[in-house]
Design a protein around this ligand. Structure first.
Ligand SMILES: [Zn+2]
Length: 306
């Protein structure tokens, strides 16, 4: 398939020849691949580091294509924090830019956290990249971020590690809060059906079963075959869950069709691959996880326990 990447190549070349090395007088500039990782990096970096993002909040990280402003920002960047494990297929263009001035950090791969295997779709058998959906996974990301930044800013290492420790404690409290919000949901209704199967880690952490119309990391979305499979799954499932869900960064078309077919209500949005804008319900990682718990609580019957 033809892809018009010529201008990207041109900009990459310009970036490569003009990248300036970091020195004591140059502030450390880092960039995160997507908004959730940006938030976690900022939590550790505070005001010590300038933190930018490649895929702004509200956009689909899987299907992004580098923009001219992205390439210009990368030109000024020293460290790129990206998730890896196939989340960002467009990272291959950033890899083409990497040299001794531009360090790439594959956060999920470096994180000390047990990966899940993708169970369906084109990437079946590979590790699922959505580790941040479990606060314990997010804590493992915090460690990678703190170690990387401390290496670059050894004089600030104590401050960075102290912030990381604070973030880790807050993540434990968050995990408990999410657990409590989900408590009333009956075991028979703990099924999370979404467009992309991005809730595997969340499901493992909080005792749910997660299914998606398509698998994980898809650059294309939802074939007729995938829809038929989900439709069949719902027809066979007894009892059926009391709701279906849509995500903030995917088209609702498949879940809408399934909701019409089954008569089940469609709830959401759930946030998984992106934060909301600053004035939305998921402006940071903590708000995102609490918002998702609230949506599930209301849609799956947690409210009945009150
Ligand atoms: Zn995803």
């Amino acid at each position: 398939m033809y892809k018009p990447f010529t201008w990207v190549s041109t900009l990459l070349f310009v970036a490569l020849v003009s990248a300036a090395p970091a020195n004591a007088s140059t502030p450390l500039n880092v960039i995160a691949s997507f908004s959730i990782l940006e938030d976690l990096v900022k939590r550790v970096a505070g005001d010590l580091v300038s933190v930018n993002v490649i895929v702004p909040a509200g956009n689909d990280v899987h299907r992004w294509e580098l923009t001219p402003p992205n390439v210009l920002a990368l030109e000024e960047t020293h460290i790129v924090f990206y998730n890896g494990l196939g989340l960002e297929p467009w990272m291959r263009h950033v890899e083409a830019m990497s040299d001794e001035q531009l360090m790439l950090v594959n956060v999920a791969k470096k994180a000390d956290y047990a990966p899940l295997t993708i169970s369906t779709g084109q990437y079946q058998g590979q590790p699922d990249p959505h580790m941040w959906m479990d606060p314990t996974g997010a804590a493992a990301y915090i460690d990678v971020i703190a170690e990387t930044l401390a290496e670059h800013l050894p004089e600030q290492a104590d401050v960075l590690y102290a912030r990381a420790e604070e973030a880790r404690k807050a993540l434990v409290i968050l995990s408990q809060a999410v657990q409590e919000r989900l408590e009333g949901i009956p075991q028979t209704n703990r099924t999370l059906l979404t467009s992309e199967a991005g809730f595997g880690y969340f499901a493992r952490a909080f005792g749910f079963e997660a299914q998606g119309v398509w698998g994980v990391n898809h650059e294309t979305q939802g074939s007729a075959q995938a829809m038929a499979k989900m439709s069949e799954y719902l027809a066979d499932k007894r009892p059926r869950p009391s709701a279906l869900f849509f995500e903030s960064t995917t088209a609702n078309i498949h879940m809408d069709a399934l909701a019409r077919e089954t008569g089940l209500p469609l709830a959401g949005p759930l946030y998984v691959d992106s934060l909301s804008r600053a004035d939305g319900p998921a402006a940071n990682y903590f708000a995102m996880m609490r918002h998702n718990a609230e949506v599930l609580h209301k849609a799956l019957g947690g409210a009945r326990a009150e």
